[in-house]
Design a protein around this ligand. Structure first.
Ligand code: FDA
Length: 306
C-alpha cells in the first residue's frame, strides 16, 4: 500500500515551480557555472571530489546540443582554472544522441578532448533502456578513436538491467573506469532486451556481483549508491579480496544522505559527489523529490497551507 508521502510524490506536478525550486536547492548547485564552482569548492574542502552534470536531457534540436557541449567545455576550463578536484558527467541525449548519432559523437569527442587538455576525465551517464545499446556502441566507437590519443572516458552500467551481466564483460580490465548504479528510470518493457529487476533491495546481489567483477579484473569502479547495506557489503568484499582503497570510490548525489557520506569520508574512503547545475533544473528536481517521499510530503503540505 502507498504511504501518505508516496501518494504525495504523485502530486508533485501540482506543486508550484517556485516551491519545488526552493526544495531543490540542496540537490542542485545553482543555475550558473560560478555557483557550481562554489559548491564544489565546499565539497573539496570536506574531502570529497565531484562530478559535474549540466542539467538538460532530451534536446529539441542540434543547436541546443551544441550549446550543451560548449557549456561542458566551459565547465572543464573553469574546473581547471580554479584547481578543483572534479570531472564531468554527460548524458548523450543532451548532446543529441536521439537526433543525430554522428554529431553527438563529435560533440562528445570535443568534450573529451577538452578534458584531456586539462588531464581530466569524462563519465558517460547511462540513460533509459531505449538508449542502452546506443550508449554502449557510442562508448565503443569513442574508445577505438581514443586509443590513438587518450582514454579519459568511462561508462555507467545499471545493476537493475539483466543484460548488464553481458554488457560489463568487454568493459573490464586494467585502465578501465566504470560507474555502477542501481538505475533510476521507469523502464518501458518494449525497450528492454532482457528484463529489469524492480525491487530495489533485490538489485543489491547483482550490483555486488558486478563490483566483484571489477575487483577481479583491476577495473576502477565508482560505486554510485546511498544504500547503506549495499555499501557495507562492498566494504566487506573489498576487505575480503584485499582490494586497495585507491581502486574504487563511492559516489553519491548532492544533498542526499550526507551523514552516510561523512561516515565514509571519516573511515578514509574516497567519495565523489554528483553536482548538477543549470537552468534546466525542474525535471531533475522532481525526480529527486519523488525518490524522497518525505520531501514530497513536506512540499504538498506546504502548498495546501498556502
Ligand atoms: P535505493 O534506491 O535502494 O535507495 C537506498 C536508500 O538511499 C533509500 O532508502 C534512501 O534512504 C536513500 N536515498 C536514495 N535516493 C534518495 C534521495 N533522492 N533522497 C533521499 N534519500 C535517498 N542512474 C542511472 O540510471 N544512470 C546513471 O548514469 C546514474 N548516475 C548516478 C550517479 C551517481 C553519483 C548516483 C549516486 C546515482 C546515479 N544514478 C544513475 C541513480 C541511481 O541509479 C539510483 O537511482 C539512485 O542512486 C538511488 O538508488 P540507491 O542506489 O541509492 O538505492
Amino acid at each position: 500500500m502507498l504511504t501518505f508521502n508516496a501518494l504525495m510524490a504523485l502530486a508533485i506536478p501540482l506543486v508550484p515551480r517556485a516551491l519545488v525550486q526552493k526544495a531543490s536547492r540542496r540537490y542542485i548547485a545553482g543555475s550558473s557555472v560560478g555557483e557550481a564552482v562554489a559548491r564544489i569548492r565546499e565539497l573539496n574542502a570536506l574531502g570529497c571530489t565531484a562530478t559535474v552534470d549540466v542539467l538538460g536531457e532530451l534536446v529539441a534540436d542540434l543547436r541546443q546540443a551544441e550549446r550543451t557541449a560548449d557549456e561542458y567545455v566551459e565547465v572543464l576550463d573553469a574546473l581547471h582554472a580554479h584547481g578543483l578536484a572534479a570531472n564531468v558527467s554527460v548524458k548523450p541525449s543532451a548532446l543529441g544522441l536521439l537526433l543525430d548519432e554522428a554529431r553527438c559523437e563529435q560533440s562528445l569527442l570535443r568534450i573529451v578532448d577538452a578534458a584531456a587538455r586539462h588531464g581530466n576525465f569524462v563519465r558517460i551517464d547511462m540513460e533509459d533502456a531505449s538508449c542502452t545499446q546506443r550508449e554502449i556502441d557510442l562508448f565503443g566507437r569513442l574508445r577505438l578513436r581514443l586509443r590513438l590519443r587518450h582514454a579519459n572516458v568511462g561508462l555507467v552500467l545499471q545493476a537493475y538491467l539483466q543484460r548488464t551481466y553481458r554488457d560489463i564483460e568487454p568493459l573490464l580490465g586494467p585502465g578501465q573506469n566504470l560507474r555502477l548504479c542501481k538505475g533510476i528510470y521507469v523502464e518501458d518493457r518494449r525497450h528492454l532486451v532482457d528484463g529489469a529487476w524492480q525491487d530495489r533491495r533485490a538489485i543489491n546481489a547483482h550490483f555486488l556481483h558486478h563490483v566483484g567483477r571489477c575487483f577481479d579484473t583491476d577495473t576502477f569502479v565508482g560505486i554510485a549508491t546511498h544504500d547503506a547495506e549495499l555499501i557495507d557489503s562492498v566494504m566487506a568484499l573489498a576487505r575480503h579480496r584485499n582490494i586497495d582503497r585507491s581502486r574504487f570510490e563511492f559516489q553519491m548525489l548532492l544533498g542526499v544522505c550526507e551523514p552516510l557520506r561523512d561516515r565514509l569520508l571519516q573511515a578514509g574512503f574516497r567519495v565523489r559527489i554528483y553536482v548538477p547545475y543549470g537552468k534546466d533544473w525542474y525535471g531533475y528536481s522532481t525526480r529527486r523529490i519523488k525518490e524522497n517521499p518525505q520531501i514530497a510530503g513536506y512540499l504538498v503540505r506546504a502548498m495546501l497551507r498556502r
